[in-house]
Write a protein that binds this ligand. Structure first.
Ligand code: HEM
Ligand code: SF4
Length: 564
């Protein structure tokens, strides 16, 4: 029988059911390919531990990754503790903060999947729509604030998430009810229709001036603008950003969102919903590599898009308003919230909340959240904010940080603070190279090199991914390492610290061990030739990648598919 296309699987899924419930009752450790495609909509990726598979091919090494959906990255104390519990009971004992303000569990066995999903949902957390061809987790700047206008902006993450939530009750029936299945294949999905979206859809909300969510990299970016008295005026609307691309395929590329116009607060829900329908109706349903909204924008143009949007909502959006320049606030360290309480941003290397030797981050955060009953927020840089801390508790909380060996942000280098890495090996089936597991070492090498050449604690944003799909948003970093072939990376340079410019391919097929040594002469040039206050990314673009390329060994200079 011919393999069904993803579109056919969605169309025949009866509201995302497919054969998931039936397959849950068999004794296999894995789902069929068709069920696997639908599981993503439920927030579940079927994976194999690739290390274990290499070591022993006689056994089956399938397990599930579950991603919870946390609009704006927010959790109550009880929800955090529930995540921590699930990590111990069913997953690999770690919690992974994602670059889209969610949590991931890795290593959940199929036989325990339903129970795991139930326990997650008992904490009033869902995973429906965390993956799949649907609106994913809606991100917003997570920094707590007592300013009601800023809170209103953050609340749009919840409001949009609710408004764009799928209507199917398959999730409930499969994971929570455990009842014999009622076939309600007629269920109406007014927004998505039977085939949902051609591809995933991402939304991020920023405040003007703070690009902590990388607002240009989403399908829709909203930039909140405030009047002088602090009131929310509305949002500049960016559309058609996206990171994913494929090596050796010029038809795929990373792209920043186009600046489409300005919308008032009451226009947000209808405009965003209409844009989702534009993606639904115009996105490519034949070729998934070409199915993101960014290609519709790139090929039909921003003017066409404005007209199509106006036709759908019944008015034209206003012209873009001027915005102050962006910078990126990582929200780490102690900050006053404005209501007399404090929040503390803790650095989580590559987003992995883990206990390792004397560094007991996971136990420490759990102990702190339990003792002080602190709500938690996850950042787009894979870090965690402990919030609503009363001033009198600060000293006791600091003592707990020491007890659990948790580093203060003051003791972490600027490069480590700014770095991001995707999960990659061993769980990601698409990974070509390592990322999360080797990135801390790469940063250590950078720290040493910067020290030796006299650049000290230079603040350079570097990111690493195990393949070109771009989950850690590498293409807006100042330095990006993108997995290319076994242990070898393509190096991109020239994003800016504000995350508003794309990096360009610099050198290719560089072995992991050579990444930092190869860039060393470029760092030396930066030391010698930078303008006062100039960032590394700006320096690279001013001097030019071609000039800088002369400084690296010839063997890495051939850009192959990336050549221009
Ligand atoms: C274009 C194709 C893409 C594919 C096929 C893809 C696939 C995947 C897979 C399989 C994982 C799971 C890895 C694991 O946990 O073992 C993952 C993780 C993730 N992806 Fe993607 N991804 C793509 C692009 C992107 C992009 C462009 C973004 C956002 C800019 C993104 C955001 C994430 C996030 C937030 C995670 C969670 C882990 C992390 O934070 O590193 N993905 N992706
Ligand atoms: S960038 Fe590639 S290797 Fe990394 S998590 Fe995403 S799909 Fe996997």
């Amino acid at each position: 029988m011919a393999k069904k296309s993803p579109e056919q699987i969605k169309a025949e899924s009866r509201g995302l059911r497919g054969s998931i419930a039936q397959e849950l009752t068999n004794s296999d450790r894995f789902f069929t390919d068709e069920a696997d495609k639908l599981l993503k909509f439920h927030g579940i990726y079927q994976q194999e531990d690739r290390d274990a598979r290499k070591a022993d091919r006689t056994q089956d090494h399938h397990s599930m990754m579950i991603r919870t959906k946390l609009p704006g990255g927010r959790l109550t104390p009880a929800q955090y503790i529930a995540h921590d519990e699930v990590a111990s009971k069913y997953a690999n004992g770690t919690l992974r903060i994602t670059t889209r303000e969610c949590f991931q569990f890795h290593g959940v066995l199929k036989g325990e999947l339903r129970q795991t999903m139930r326990e997650i949902n008992e904490a009033l957390v869902t995973s429906l729509g965390a993956c799949g061809d649907i609106v994913r987790n809606v991100m917003a700047c997570p920094a707590p604030t007592a300013d009601p206008h800023r809170q209103a902006v953050q609340d749009y993450a919840l409001r949009l998430s609710d408004a764009l939530f799928p209507k199917t009750n398959a999730y409930h029936q499969i994971w929570l009810d455990g009842q014999p299945l009622i076939d309600d294949s007629e269920i109406d999905e007014p927004l998505y229709g039977r085939t949902y979206l051609p591809r995933k859809f991402k939304i991020g909300i920023a405040y003007a001036g703070d690009n902590c969510v990388d607002v240009y990299t989403h399908d829709i970016g909203l930039v909140a603008l405030f009047a002088e008295d602090g009131a929310l005026e509305g949002f500049n609307l960016l559309v058609g950003g996206g990171m994913g691309m494929t090596h050796n395929n010029d038809a795929t590329y990373a792209r920043l969102g186009d600046e489409i116009g300005f919308i008032t607060p009451d226009q947000v829900l209808p405009v965003v919903a209409a844009i989702v329908t534009i993606h639904r109706d115009f996105g490519d349903r034949e070729n998934r590599k070409h199915a993101r909204l960014k290609y519709v924008l790139a090929e039909r143009g921003a003017d066409w898009f404005r007209e199509e949007l106006a036709a759908r909502v019944g008015y034209a959006v206003a012209p873009l308003r001027p915005m102050p320049p962006f910078r990126v606030d990582d929200h780490l360290g102690w900050h006053e919230q404005g209501d007399g309480r404090w929040f503390l941003g803790l650095h989580v290397e590559s987003g992995r909340i883990i206990d390792r030797g004397t560094y007991r981050l996971r136990s420490g955060i759990r102990a702190i959240v339990e003792r002080f009953q602190l709500p938690v927020r996850l950042t787009a840089q894979q870090n965690i904010l402990l919030t609503d801390i009363v001033a009198d508790d600060r000293a006791a909380l600091e003592a707990l940080l020491d007890e659990y060996g948790i580093r203060r942000v003051e003791n972490i280098s600027a490069m480590r603070r700014a770095g991001l890495a995707c999960v990659a090996l061993p769980t990601c089936g698409l990974a070509i190279t390592e990322a999360e597991r080797v990135f801390p070492q790469v940063i250590s090498e950078f720290e040493d090199a910067l020290e030796e050449i006299g650049l000290g604690d230079a603040d350079i944003a570097a990111r690493m991914t195990g393949c070109p799909n771009g989950c850690a948003r590498p293409y807006v970093a100042e330095i990006a390492f993108v997995g290319r072939s076994l242990d070898k990376y393509t190096v991109f340079l020239g994003g800016n610290p504000a995350g508003t410019r794309l990096a360009k391919p610099f050198i290719d097929l560089v072995p992991l061990a050579q990444l930092v040594p190869t860039l060393r002469p470029v760092l030396q040039s930066y030391r010698d030739d930078r303008d006062p206050g100039e960032s590394f990314g700006d320096f690279v673009m001013r001097v030019g990648l071609d000039t800088l390329r002369e400084q690296v060994p010839a063997e890495w200079r051939t850009l192959g598919a990336y050549g221009d």
